[in-house]
Ligand binder design. Structure first.
Ligand code: BES
Ligand code: MN
Ligand code: MN
Length: 462
């Protein structure tokens, strides 16, 4: 692998331009208006895997968007790495807050990325990080450096809950058989503080509807005498957390894995500046569950957040009205041992039970998934750690993330293998936000680091 840096230096302009072409296609899985673009992106990924040297590349049809499966098997006796990633992206809105159009990628310098970052929806999550694996494979096949077998499984519905992949995996266990799953769809602490993600939170996502009177009413003629669904909904939501920001749903914490004092002390060693954190977000103070630090609050503790709330009159000027209905979308991030279906049920029962008789409640579960934690005493983690040490010159820190990739726990259940989360993004890369970007340095560093994972994993498997 010693010539990897040279290969990247020779081909880096092409690597960047190819990613830019991929980022130009608006593969927004949530919005059916972009169906053609999502399908075109699948074709793009297929062709790129063919060019990178895979022997078999298939577009696998599913009830939803297709999954690209590819493989290069050099010797069945050697280990097999399965690469997972996603080619779909989040919607770009609010579009007016982008400093350049989300699907017209441009490279701009930032304080954190002095060498430039590619600004586009999906640059970091996950097209840029997924494409690092395609380019790393290209390097290994073109230079005779591929040390083991590799399979790719790239899906187009991660941002909407991976339903089709959950359908596909149990039906293709043999095809997907592997020794380790490698994923770049997370982040690291900083460019000079490499870290490996060892945990993801689970998720339960629900929508609630509160119905009051059977039609919108004049707020003067009826106000004060009839339940206002918006008033009721906000009161109900407010009651879901107490004065310590502890969630009040009965049974919510029953199965939560509590970390030992040693584990918490170990976590607290990770470099973190609360001042820098507040400054980056322009906030005077942080907020969260009493008794826990910021890093604990967003990694090892469960949460409940309203993601959207609407109802009534929101147009220009004022309209005096009591709306018939109010709505909210609520997500709960879950930690190990909490079961997302059980939590969804607890939420539903509690929310229905706290509603006054003056309104009707409907709770509709959306998607969800289990959390994931991976131990660090396995050869997958060790190989990743050695790979970062080689290319960053520093041993990476294991760190649990607050984000979710619900399909990862299904991989473990169905395919019986560990997922190693080698992410090269930064929290400041604004994934899901306006002006998402991915550092050019990070992109190239990922391409450089991945082949070493292959090498060390093959060596440690012997
Ligand atoms: N890649 C992210 C998850 C992520 C990002 C994990 C950074 C850790 C660090 C993924 O695409 C994502 O956005 N997941 C969703 C859940 C999904 C079911 C929509 C999330 O975490 O909100
Ligand atoms: Mn992602
Ligand atoms: Mn995402």
């Amino acid at each position: 692998m010693e010539n990897v840096q040279k290969y990247i230096a020779q081909h880096k302009d092409r690597f960047i331009n190819e990613l830019i072409d991929l980022l130009k296609i608006p593969s927004i899985s949530a919005d059916p208006a972009y169906k053609k673009d999502v399908l075109n992106t699948a074709d793009f990924v297929k062709e790129s895997l063919e060019k990178a040297g895979c022997d078999t590349v298939e577009i696998c049809e599913t009830p939803g968007y297709p999954i690209i499966y590819a493989e290069k098997i050099i010797d069945p006796k050697l280990p097999t790495i399965l690469i997972y990633g996603h080619y779909d992206v989040q919607p770009a809105d609010p579009i007016e807050l982008w400093t350049s159009p989300p699907f017209e990628p441009v490279i701009k310098k930032t304080a954190i990325h002095p060498e430039g970052a590619i600004f586009a929806r999906g640059a970091c999550d996950d097209k840029g990080q997924m494409y690092m694996h395609v380019k790393a494979l290209e390097y290994m096949t073109n230079t005779g450096n591929l040390p083991c077998n590799v399979k790719f499984m790239i899906e187009g519905e991660e941002e909407v809950g991976s339903e089709s992949l959950a359908w596909f995996v149990p039906r293709n266990k043999e095809k997907l058989a592997n020794d380790v799953i490698l994923i770049s769809d997370t982040g690291m602490i900083a460019n000079d503080i490499p870290s490996i993600t060892t945990g993801l939170r689970g998720l339960s996502y629900v929508e609630v509807e509160v119905t009051g009177p059977n039609r919108d009413l004049h707020s003067g003629l009826y106000g004060g005498a009839v339940a206002n669904p918006i008033n009721i909904l906000t009161k109900m939501i407010a009651s879901l957390q107490d004065e310590n920001n502890h969630i009040t749903i009965p049974g919510f914490y029953d199965t939560v894995e509590e970390l030992s004092a040693e584990e918490r002390a170990e976590m607290a060693k990770a470099p973190f500046s609360l001042d820098a954190y507040k400054k980056a977000l322009d906030i005077e103070d942080v907020h969260g569950e009493k008794g826990y630090t910021t890093n604990e609050r967003n990694a090892i503790r469960p949460t409940l957040d309203v993601n959207g709330i609407w109802g009534g009159y929101t147009g220009e000027g004022a309209k005096t009205v009591i709306a018939s209905k109010a709505y909210a979308k609520i997500s709960m991030r879950l930690v190990p041992n909490q079961d997302w279906k059980e939590i969804t049920e607890l939420f539903k029962n509690h929310f229905e039970s706290i509603a006054p008789k003056s309104v009707k409640i409907k709770v509709t579960p959306h998607h969800g998934g289990q959390g994931y934690v991976t131990p660090i005493d396995n050869i997958g983690y060790k190989s990743a750690s050695k790979a970062y040490t080689k290319t960053f010159g520093k041993t990476p820190i294991p760190q649990r993330s607050g984000g979710s990739i619900p399909i990862v726990s299904l991989f473990e259940q169905e395919l019986n293998s560990k997922s190693i989360l080698m992410g090269f993004g930064l929290n400041s890369d604004a994934i899901h936000s306006p002006n998402e970007h991915f550092g050019v340095w990070n992109y190239l560093k990922g391409i450089e680091t991945i082949p070493y994972f292959y090498q060390y994993f093959t060596e440690l498997s012997k």
